[in-house]
Design a protein around this ligand. Sequence first.
Ligand code: GLU
Length: 482
Amino acid sequence: MVITRFAPSPTGFLHVGGARTCIYNYLYSRAKGGKFLLRIEDTDRERYREEWVVGIIEGLKWLGIEWDEPEVYQSQRLEIYKKYAEMLIEKGYAYRCFCTPEELEEERKRYESIKRPYRYSRKCLNLSEREVEENLKKGKPFSIRFKIPDYEDITFNDLIHGEIKYNTKDLGGDFIIMKSDGFPTYNFAVVIDDHLMEITYVIRGDDHIANTPKQILIYRALGWEPPKFAHLPMILGPDRQKLSKRHGATSLEEFRNEGILPDALFNYLALLGWSPGGNREIVSKDEMIRIFDIKDVNKSPSVFDHQKMLWMNSEYIRMRKDEELIMELKDYNSHLKKQGMGYDIDEEFYPVLVRLFKERVKTLKDFFEYGKFVYKDEYPFDSEAVKKRLSYENIFGYLRELADRFESLNIWKSDEIERVLRGYADELGIKHAILIHAVRVSVSGTGVGPSLFHLLEELGKDRVVMRLRNVEEKVKGILQRP
Ligand code: GLU
C-alpha cells in the first residue's frame, strides 16, 4: 500500500511550497488508493509556537485536505527516539558526545581560521567506557552523534531527479541525532517516524536532498528498508529567485484573507510543477486524483504567478452556484471578522453583491470592495469621475427631476427604469449617455461598474432616489477644488 505523509515544522505560517508538497502527497496517496498521514515536526523548541500548529491544521482543512489518522506530534515521542538512539550506540553506530558548546565553538573557529569546512573532530568517539561512565555519573550533559563512514558512496534513486549520489566524506561529519535537551534532530526523528508510520513514499522539497544520504545511513544502521524518495523542485518568484515574502503574499493565511477560494488555490498549486496534459488548467480534485502520478512532476522549478492564480480564482468564482457563493462570502467575512478585519454588511445584501459582481471580480474580497456603495450609504466618490460626469450644466437639477420621476414609478424593474431615464433625456434634448454616466457616479461614486439599469434595480428605488437628491451636496467639495 502507498502511504505518504506531510511533515511540516510549526515554525511559521504554512506557505505555498509546503502546501504544494502536501497536495502532491495527498494526491498521490489518493491516486493509489493508499493512506495519507500528517506529522507535526515540533522538535525545534526555540522556534515552536502553538499557534503555528493550529494555523497549519486549520489551513490544511480549509484547503480541503483530510488525513487518515490522528496527526502525530514528534514532541510526544521523545522516549521512542531515545530508545532507538541508545540502540544505535549499543550497535556502535552512534556515540555520546560530551563536548560543551564552548569547546565546539572553539573547534569551529579553528577550522574557520584555516579555511576548511567544519566537521566534528570526533573527540568523543574514542572515549573509553570508563570515561563515558564517569561523565554520566557526574551528570555531564551530552548529545548523541551518528558515526558517518569515512569514504563511501551513497546512492538513491529519486523519483523525480533520477539517480543521486553522495560520498560520505561530503556529509559534514558525525552529526547529532539527539540533542542534550533530549530532543531528536530532524534527520533522526524523520527516519524513526517514517519507518514506524510505515511511510512508503517520502515526497518533500528539494532542500532536503542533501539530508537524504544521512537518513539512508540511519535506515541501514537500524536494518530498515528506506522508503522511496521524490524531491520536488523549488517554487520561484517572477524574478526566478526563491519565492519569499519579497514577492508578496506567500502563505495560505494571506491567500485566504485575500479572498482566494480553497479549491482554486488547490488547483493552482497542483499545477505548479505538474500538468494534467492537454493544456488543461481547470481541473477538479477528483479528476486530479484519477490522473496524478508523482513521476509526472517536473524536474525544473516553477514560477509562482499571482496574476494567474487570480485568474483561476475568478474562473472558480464564476463556476460557483449563487447560493454557494453567498455561503462562501459569509464564511469569508466571518473569518475576516475574527481578525478584526471584516465588513459590516446586512444579510440582505449578499445575494445582491453576487448578482452584481460575480462576473467581474477576481477574489471574494472584491465583492465587498466593489460593492461598498451597495451596502453602505456613505461611499467614497472618485473625484475624476465626479469632475468628468457631474460638471454638465444644470445636471443636479436634471438628477433631482429624474429622482421625482423614479419615485412615482410603481414597478421598479430595469426596463422601466431605463424607459424613464431615456425618455427624460429625449425631453431635455441631451444625449442619453450624459444622464446615464451622471446617475452612475451619483449612486455608486465611480465611473465604472455593472450595467446601470440592473444596478439601479438592485439598489432599490428608495436608495436611488435618495442618492440622486443628495449627490449635489456630497460632491460640492470635489467640484470646487481646482
Ligand atoms: N519538517 C520538515 C520540513 O518542514 C519535513 C521534511 C520531510 O518531509 O522530511 O521541511
